[in-house]
Design a protein around this ligand. Structure first.
Ligand code: SAH
Ligand code: SF4
Length: 351
């Protein structure tokens, strides 16, 4: 179990914050003011909270940090994508601090009135071990706590306004679901990002998908499939070994029935591995009768992993084959490649 680290405003429930504020000489409503300043207005410094008495601002500054984490590195790529390295304090006396990467992706058009998409992480490292993904190379370090996930949103919003978010950074969100769900409740209720604006990506543990569907989920679901073949999926998604694809798809169907929201299936295109016309045909047969879309993601290279990115023509041919078989498919060339900020290039601890 994690040892409790020093509390922060974000780590306290509304009631606990209220009690702490009273201890520090304030009134319960001051706690509500402080929460609103942080979550709704993005104020991350007590001294700017003019609705609080100045003695309370000083006491809070001395006694209760707003955030538990800090941005230790921030890199902006030419396409204006920003990659942040966010460091969390160690959770045990002999542990190292943990960090994850958070990616802020503004709209292509710099004049667009829309805000950015923020890619957040759910775990430090990942236990699933997909061989094409940099995030899982060193296994799982630890789960993130709910407030540590919320803080990624606060750091991201400090760069610029957010319109959407994807839980597609480091980690497998359904293996840390309680924390993810609690964090998204705050993001939804207090930061004001709607359920349809958040997409959670998972390898699709069937029972966990079914449970998530019944938990008033505040997100859209994407399931990483990567192949229509059971044997190949055992290799590409090792933690799902022995779970037939049919069961994953049945859980996706159940999600659609329960929530009324379509599932997106993600498919990393690995040159010469899962991008043949035969793969496209078998994938189409699996999905043709379903209301779902496929998101094709050409592999983003990480040195030493031994996979290749298909060229643009091969990727487009794969998409066309799905299309012709009646399966809606989009091809997504990741942004942020130059700064190693694309899917599958994120590492706990940074590059
Ligand atoms: N663990 C979850 C969410 C994080 S990974 C999941 O696997 O779904 C988010 C997405 O990035 C997944 O679809 C994953 O397959 C994809 N991805 C991982 N490594 C990649 C790489 N090297 N190139 C392109 N996409 C990758
Ligand atoms: Fe984990 Fe997702 Fe990477 Fe697989 S692709 S190792 S599940 S983060």
């Amino acid at each position: 179990m994690n040892a409790p680290s020093r509390p922060s405003l974000t780590s306290l429930s509304a009631d606990a914050l209220s009690a702490r504020v009273v201890e520090l000489g304030g009134k319960p409503f001051h706690a509500r003011v402080a929460r609103r300043e942080v979550y709704e207005r993005g104020v991350l410094d007590y001294s700017a909270m003019t609705g609080l008495p100045s003695a309370l601002r000083d006491a809070l500054t001395a006694e209760l940090p707003i955030l538990s984490s800090a941005v230790t590195t921030s890199r902006i790529a030419r396409d204006r994508t920003t990659k942040l390295l966010v460091e969390f304090p160690a959770t045990a006396p002999d542990a190292r601090p943990s960090s994850v990467e958070v990616v802020h992706i503004p709209p292509h058009d710099p004049d667009s009135p829309k805000g950015a998409t923020l890619c957040v992480s759910s775990q430090c490292g990942c236990p699933v071990g997909c061989p094409f993904c940099a995030s899982g190379l060193e296994g799982l370090e630890r789960n993130l706590e709910a407030h540590e996930i919320v803080e990624q949103f606060l750091h991201g919003r400090a760069i610029g306004p957010l319109s959407r978010s994807v839980v597609m950074g480091i980690g497998e969100p359904l293996l840390n679901f309680d924390a993810v769900q609690a964090a998204l409740a705050v993001v939804h209720d207090d930061l004001g990002l709607g359920a349809r604006k958040i997409t959670l990506s998972t390898v699709g543990f069937p029972e966990r998908v079914r449970r998530a569907a019944r938990s008033s989920p505040r997100f859209q679901l994407a399931i990483s499939l990567h192949t229509p073949d059971d044997e190949q999926r055992d290799e590409l998604v090792p933690a799902m070994k022995g779970v037939p694809i049919a069961e994953v798809l049945a859980a996706g169907d159940d999600w659609f029935e329960v929530t009324g929201r379509e599932v997106t299936y993600e498919y990393v295109l690995l040159g010469g591995v899962n991008d043949s016309a035969q793969h496209a045909g078998r994938l189409a047969r699996r999905l043709a009768s379903r209301r779902a879309t496929v998101n094709l993601i050409p592999y983003n290279p990480t040195q030493g992993l031994g996979f290749a990115r298909p060229d643009a023509k091969a990727a487009e041919a794969f998409r066309t084959l799905l299309d012709e078989a009646g399966v809606v498919a989009t091809l997504r060339w990741s942004r942020g490649l130059e700064g190693s900020a694309a899917c599958g290039q994120l590492r706990a601890g940074g590059v």
